[in-house]
Design a protein around this ligand. Structure first.
Ligand SMILES: [Mg+2]
Length: 425
């Protein structure tokens, strides 16, 4: 299967194959909450428009989160943050959230496990996906890195592509530190689009008019122009482009991405096969500090796609991760299981609740019907969607196209509802 054909697969409704579920279920490490009540439920919180408005807490989020911890400070209810945002490593985002919200959000921890697909019913599609992700080992078994983290960002699934691009030249696009994000995932030859573009003289014909650029960026840019590229960008093709976070300079980024994608990986060269292009999310709009919604990565994708398809003989091929992709929700089930008290496994087995890592209910609390609610609906059991009115959605009643299972004003109201419903309030 070619990489781009995978787009169809990953955007459709996906059930993880048995080996994923069974192996992740048998996790050997659990969070230290042995003295706290058992939990058959977990919560995934969206961040922008639910927990934070810009950089400030909203909707009583600090108080709401504190209710998920026991008196001893240990986690009582498994929860993760599930955001399409990003641009900084997950560990740093966890530290920032801990400081702003006053609770201890765990940074990411990784361990590697292997499993065999022999003797199990795994579709050819999933075998192709595992191959595509580079998870097949030399002995024919499959290897997968298991992550224990409380912050899942839009670009977090990019780490599953490490084996494919580990030693290939790739570019990382977006605000923050996209190249650092990819480097921390293990990619060895990654350049930010800022740095990459700086090595190509006159690639941005209007750069001199960009008076809005900060002094730091100008210094960095002029410094890079004088330096020798870390990699041979003039003959080494870009193997893939990753849009890690919201692009800052749309005009320049669209220009350079078109150069890379239609030339086959080296700007200025003749037409070649398009390198793979990955987006961390596909949100058309999102709620930030400004009262009305802001254009998101999905809007950038539409702009890039529209232009590329007008200037190139074949249409743009790409893969989008992030919510509402069901893959993200299935992955969150596995992550949440890592935070469940280990004693609960016996209870799950006895109760026959053997699906979805044993959770009876997983709550998705979000502000965007097209992203959070739609994603939870597509993921199906055991997801239960709760829509807040603190972000994108501000309606009096439920959303018409993607109605949530519950609509509340704030995240604190949502948590109170969950704890009461689950009998732990
Ligand atoms: Mg949101």
């Amino acid at each position: 299967m070619s990489p781009m054909r995978y787009r169809t697969a990953i955007r459709s409704k996906i059930r993880l194959p048995f080996p994923f579920r069974s192996h992740l279920y048998s996790s050997e490490s659990r969070i230290e909450c042995r003295s706290e009540p058992r939990s058959s439920f977990g919560i995934a919180f969206d961040i922008d428009g639910v927990i934070l408005g810009g950089r400030a807490p909203i909707g009583g989020s600090p108080q709401a989160l504190k209710k998920l911890y026991g008196d001893s400070g240990n986690l009582k209810v498994p929860f993760v943050f599930l955001t399409n945002g990003g641009g900084i490593p997950e560990s740093r985002r966890a530290a920032e959230l801990s400081e702003v919200l006053g609770v201890n959000i765990l940074p990411s921890q990784v361990r590697f496990s292997t499993f065999s697909c022999s003797g199990t019913k795994v579709s050819n599609l999933w075998l192709c996906c595992l191959e595509f992700m580079g998870l097949r080992l030399a002995d024919g078994n499959f290897g997968i890195a298991l992550f224990r983290m409380q912050v899942v960002q839009g670009h977090t699934p990019f780490r599953t592509l490490l084996r494919r691009y580990e030693n290939e030249l790739i570019v990382a696009v977006g605000k923050g530190e996209p190249a650092l994000v990819m480097s921390e995932y293990g990619f060895k030859k990654v350049l930010s689009l800022d740095e990459y573009a700086s090595y190509f003289k006159d690639i941005d014909p209007v750069a001199q008019y960009k008076m809005w650029r900060t002094k730091e960026a100008l210094y960095c840019s002029s410094h890079l122009e004088e330096s020798v590229p870390r990699y041979d960008v003039y003959s080494d093709r870009v193997s893939a482009a990753f849009v890690v976070s919201d692009p800052v300079d749309w005009g320049r980024d669209i220009q350079v991405l078109c150069d890379i994608l239609r030339s086959g990986g080296i700007p200025g060269w003749k037409n070649g096969n398009q390198p793979p292009l990955y987006f961390a999310a596909d949100d058309l709009e999102y709620q930030a500090a400004f009262p009305s919604q802001r254009l998101g990565m999905g809007a950038f994708r539409i702009a890039l796609e529209s232009i590329f398809n007008r200037i190139h003989h074949s249409t743009l091929e790409y893969v989008s991760f992030g919510k509402p992709n069901p893959f993200v929700f299935k992955n969150s089930e596995a992550l949440l299981a890592e935070f469940r008290p280990s004693q609960y496994d016996d209870h799950i087995t006895n109760s026959g609740c053997s699906h979805s890592h044993g959770f009876r209910t997983l709550y998705m609390i979000g502000d965007n019907p097209l992203v959070d609610v739609k994603g939870a609906q597509q993921a199906g059991h055991p997801w239960f969607s709760i829509l807040t009115r603190t972000g994108v959605f501000k309606g009096k009643d439920n959303h018409k196209e993607f109605p949530a299972d519950m609509v509340v004003d704030t995240v604190e109201e949502a948590v109170d509802f969950i704890l009461k419903r689950e009998g732990t309030f």
